[in-house]
Write a protein that binds this ligand. Structure first.
Ligand SMILES: [Zn+2]
Ligand SMILES: [Zn+2]
Length: 163
């Protein structure tokens, strides 16, 4: 993780800037905080958007609100990428914040919560027909040449074995 004194990669809350009555922090952070580079099944499209209400509650800094990011995910049925927005509308964390706490880094929690909301088995659309198990054709684009009821070649070959 590169240093981030320019405010680039870390999502930090400056404790002194949060008034007693709390404050709504809104903005975006580069998607690099999700560390998804190199993931074969996920393409990051946009920035991490956040809208967090931050307040002091008995010695802690409490952040709650919504996180979201635009992604392209690989459909687990047809292997095509499709666009989706992952939204986490119930982010809630409390951080110890005494008088000499300078800032609170919420990057790790933001990453963890957003990634938890990425579907494990994403499907591009309800009723995606997926790929033909025999020829690999994308059945969303139309029927393939395989006849229904055909069995894979390896099985037909077994049928011809004279045991
Ligand atoms: Zn699909
Ligand atoms: Zn087929």
């Amino acid at each position: 993780m590169p240093p981030s004194d320019d405010g680039g990669v870390d999502l930090k809350i400056m404790v002194a800037r949060i008034p007693e009555e709390g404050s709504l922090l809104e903005g975006d952070e580069p998607s690099s905080i999700l560390e998804l580079d190199g993931d074969r099944f996920v393409k990051v499209v946009g920035d991490v958007q956040y809208a967090l209400y931050v307040q002091h509650v008995s010695g802690e800094l409490v952040a709650s609100g919504t996180l979201s990011i635009d992604l392209e995910l690989m459909c687990t049925r047809c292997s095509e990428f499709f666009s989706t927005t992952v939204v986490d509308s119930d982010f809630l964390r409390a951080y110890p914040a005494s008088e000499d706490t300078d800032s609170v880094d919420i990057t790790g929690d933001v990453r963890e919560d957003l990634l938890l909301h990425v579907p494990v088995f994403p499907v591009c659309k309800e009723g995606c027909k997926g790929l033909c198990a025999q020829c690999g054709a994308d059945l969303n684009k139309g029927p393939c040449a395989c006849k229904k009821g055909d069995r894979p070649i390896s099985w037909s070959a077994l049928d011809n074995l004279d045991l």
